[in-house]
Design a protein around this ligand. Structure first.
Ligand SMILES: Cc1cc2nc3c(=O)[nH]c(=O)nc-3n(C[C@H](O)[C@H](O)[C@H](O)COP(=O)(O)O)c2cc1C
Length: 369
């Protein structure tokens, strides 16, 4: 596979290698930028220069979070962690696809063929399985990253529960993960309810009752001062989305939408590209943007109907300032990107410049991280 020369997360290396030796990327290691002027925008009550950040996933540890902060990103998410160590799916975990039109359920079922190399904008696919380091490693690591944020920057810690046999134990596991996450000092936590999880349905967010129970338990654990986001998938069913928001809305400050969208991923020989048992994986990037925008509009409408003061964080297919502006127009209080960051780790500099926010390169040849 052709290498992503600017890859921050290098898909040609194992997840463990990315944790140990990453982040990678020519020229990215020695660069540091600051944003000029004063931060005037708010992200969940935190002042930032630009309310566009990096969503959970691409930044696999504190080193990666700190490097992203150095590259001029103001809202940076530490990847989803759990209450205990959890293994990563086997290699590969991130592949390019040949998808060249908006994703739909028919294409997702029929299968999307992987491509030989990455080129952007496009829609890659990933299958990590939401791995987690043990809390005795990630809590101090994330704490260090949280403290590294400068004025006008904020680090979000993403967490999720692990199925434990009963609903009560599942709720308790959320509480345990939240307790650890709070210890990092992060001002914002993001509860991932949109990865394969336990509820009566496959994704936790598609089970409004369990989503509400877990969000309430996490809120009770972290108290009122720490902001809480819930991250959800695309909902095709408007009534289910209403029930979800009604159930979770009282306990969260915001909703992050959307996570990746599931599709069958196949090789040229029509075999599962990630291997047997991993037939489906998450599609991100260019061809899911209409779904992210649609959800932003719909959540805004429903939250208004319920009179909930919920910030919507728009995610999905953002690569440039026009995409960001489209989400803002749709009602997003802030935005985040994952694929757009992987494609261009310094995209934020262009986006800020295009929006009249200037950045300055301050340090060359930083020694180490
Ligand atoms: C490599 C990769 C890893 C991801 N890992 C996570 C994760 O651990 N937790 C999570 O909530 N979302 C995860 N996501 C989903 C993204 O945060 C985002 O919601 C999704 O990719 C859509 O945004 P995009 O089109 O900008 O990539 C991941 C996405 C990518 C591309």
């Amino acid at each position: 596979m052709e290498k992503l020369t600017s890859a921050f997360y290098d898909p040609n290396r194992s997840y463990q290698d990315n944790i140990l030796d990453g982040p990678f990327g020519e020229g990215l290691k020695d660069e540091k930028y600051i944003t000029e002027g004063t931060p005037k925008r708010s992200f969940l009550g935190n002042l930032v220069y630009l309310d566009l950040g990096i969503s959970a996933g691409p930044l696999v540890n504190g080193k990666a979070v700190k490097r992203a902060l150095d590259l001029g990103w103001d809202i940076v998410t530490y990847k989803t962690v759990r209450s205990e160590q959890y293994p990563v799916n086997g290699y590969p975990n991130l592949l390019p696809t040949r998808l060249d039109q908006m994703l739909n359920s028919e294409i997702a079922e029929r299968g999307i063929m992987v491509a030989r190399s990455f080129s952007f904008p496009s829609s890659p696919t990933n299958s990590f399985g939401v791995p987690s380091l043990p809390p005795d490693i990630w809590v101090p690591d994330a704490t260090d990253a949280v403290q590294y944020a400068k004025y006008g920057q904020v680090v979000v810690v993403s967490l999720q529960g692990t199925p434990k046999g009963s609903h009560e134990m599942f709720v308790q596991d959320h509480v345990d993960a939240a307790k650890y996450a709070k210890k990092t000092g992060a001002k914002i936590l993001c509860l991932n309810q949109s990865c394969p999880n336990e509820g009566t349905s496959h994704l936790l967010c598609l089970d409004p009752l369990m989503s509400g129970r877990t969000a309430e338990a996490v809120r009770n654990e972290i108290g009122d001062k720490t902001k809480l986001l819930a991250k959800i998938c695309y909902f095709s069913d408007q009534d289910l989305l209403k029930r979800y928001i009604k159930s979770v809305g009282p306990f969260v400050d915001g909703i992050v939408a959307i996570n990746t969208m599931a599709a069958r991923i196949i090789t040229e020989e029509l075999k599962p590209a990630f291997g047997e048992g991993r037939e489906k994986a998450g599609i991100s990037g260019e061809y899911i943007r209409p779904y992210g925008l649609d959800m932003t509009r719909r959540i805004a409408g429903i939250a208004a109907d319920f009179n909930f003061n919920i910030s919507i964080i728009g995610v999905g297919g953002i690569f440039n300032k026009f995409h960001y502006l489209a989400y803002k127009e749709a009602g997003a209080a802030g935005c985040e990107m994952a694929t757009g960051f992987l494609a261009s780790p310094k995209a934020i500099l262009d986006i800020k410049s295009g929006l009249g926010i200037s950045t300055k390169k301050v340090v060359e040849n930083l020694s180490g991280s």
